[in-house]
Design a protein around this ligand. Structure first.
Ligand SMILES: Nc1ncnc2c1ncn2[C@@H]1O[C@H](COP(=O)(O)OP(=O)(O)OP(=O)(O)O)[C@@H](O)[C@H]1O
Ligand SMILES: [Mg+2]
Length: 420
């Protein structure tokens, strides 16, 4: 329905007084669209995009206006930008805390990467953990051959073979600890490992457990293990395994740190219950802070270092983050070759920055300019690798606390990279 001309006039005047007001301009532009003023509307939408290149309402409006003006190419351009933006918004966050629990029986069909919504347990106020069937396997993990080999030898091989597991009795109990700088794929690898085993994945952020249930942590740990046992085959993934060690001081006040460790050890050894089909993985950025009791034989007695992605891994990560964006012109291999030391998270950030550069240009002209190598060059000036400070800390431990050889792989890498 066409808008009242007096209203349009009043809005126009208000906007003259306050030209920076985005809501006002969007409102006027939308009314103009329905009142035969598509050309003026488009101008307003473009002005908004000048202020806020990622404004979804302005992009939608601009696409409609361009369509009405018969400029389908330009309309298509705005739609592509919209799509690129929506794609960005759908990227999973790297470190979302576990939030929900899924009912375990009857066995649901393993649908792809599905997270089944929570069904609260009776008496439980908030279901808070999350279980899923990952659709990832190690094939989806680009590069990183060394850690994949380590996972195969130290974890997947024995776990895949129940006979072998039985033959060796308890010696194959315990878990594998993934450690390394932040954002380099520990969680990703843990989920891929579950996918590889055809197992479910139950991820637990330990610092959440400790914070939320100070004093009740043992009970919660037991519940978590019970839940994993009911869901077997299941990879039970403890993220931030160092949280127990780190919070030692904090927890000592409550006298429960020892109890938490003991409870974890009891659950791991399956004294009271059978852990058949429960595969334990841990992750930490600070292996040196993990309580040593947890690292003894039969516990988290194997480890694998997850280093910054190598070149093939970087190619895979870049391709993943550019999917669905107009980035055909980007020489992904070239970018990969220039991003040694970047974490997966850094690379995601780099792609965002390059996309924003291209988008800013495109919004001004209304024609989609694909993301280019130039955008990445520009982005590389803004985004720096974040892993250096981690290696600075690691250096001391690698040099002065490596009697057991636990950090040998890390040491070898740091030598090659001239970080020690
Ligand atoms: N080899 C790889 N192939 C494809 N994608 C990868 C690879 N390594 C990491 N990624 C991507 O990098 C991102 C960061 O990885 P992830 O969250 O698993 O890191 P993390 O080591 O668990 O980090 P944090 O220490 O912050 O918990 C993920 O979104 C993942 O998609
Ligand atoms: Mg993680």
């Amino acid at each position: 329905m066409p808008a009242d001309p007096t209203l349009l006039k009043a809005l126009g005047e208000a906007l003259q007084k306050d030209p920076g007001s985005v809501p006002l301009r969007l409102h006027l532009a939308t009314l103009l669209l329905d009142s035969g003023g598509e050309s003026a509307a488009l101008e307003h939408f473009v002005t908004v995009l000048g202020q806020e290149p990622a404004n979804v309402d302005a992009l939608r409006g601009a696409a409609r206006a361009a369509d009405m003006l018969g400029d389908s190419q330009r309309a298509q351009g705005y739609r592509q930008l919209l799509q690129a933006l929506t794609h960005t918004a759908e990227q999973p966050k790297a470190s979302e805390p576990p939030v929900s629990e899924q009912a375990t029986s009857p066995q649901p069909e393993p649908s792809e990467g599905e997270r089944v919504p929570a069904e609260p347990q009776s008496g439980d106020v908030t279901p808070w953990w999350e279980i899923e069937w990952p659709n990832l396997t190690l094939k989806d993990v680009g590069g990183m051959e060394q850690v994949k080999r380590r996972l195969n030898v130290a974890f997947l091989g024995p776990m895949r073979n129940p006979e072998l597991r039985k033959a060796y009795g308890k010696s194959l109990r315990g878990g594998l600890l993934l450690y390394g700088p932040p954002g380099c794929g520990k969680t990703f690898l843990a989920r891929a490992t579950a996918g590889e085993l055809g197992a479910r994945f139950l991820g637990v952020g330990l610092s959440d457990v400790l914070d939320m249930w100070l004093g009740q942590s043992e009970k919660r740990l037991h519940e978590i293990f019970q839940h994993a046992r009911r869901s077997a085959p299941c990879v039970l993934f403890f993220d931030e395994l160092d949280a127990i060690g780190q919070k030692r001081v904090h927890l000592q006040h409550h006298g429960s740190m020892r109890n938490v460790v003991n409870q974890l050890l009891a659950e791991m050894s399956g004294v009271a219950s059978d852990n058949e089909g429960v595969f334990l993985l841990g992750a930490t950025n600070h292996p040196w802070d993990v309580d040593t009791a947890l690292l003894r034989p039969g516990r988290f007695d194997r480890s694998a270092v997850v280093l910054p992605p190598d070149e093939p891994a970087r190619v895979a990560i870049l391709v993943h983050h550019l999917k669905g964006r107009p980035a055909e012109a980007v020489d992904v291999r070239l970018v990969a070759s220039k991003t040694d030391g970047f974490s997966g998270a850094d690379l995601a950030h780099l792609c965002e920055t390059a996309t924003e550069n291209a988008m800013e240009d495109s919004a001004q002209t209304g024609t989609v300019r694909s993301i280019s190598n130039g955008d990445f060059q520009e982005a590389l000036r803004q985004v720096r690798p974040s892993t250096m400070s981690w290696f600075e800390t690691a250096r001391n431990f690698v040099l002065f606390a490596n009697e057991s050889g636990a950090y040998d792989d890390l040491l070898a890498y740091m030598k090659v990279k001239k970080l020690v």
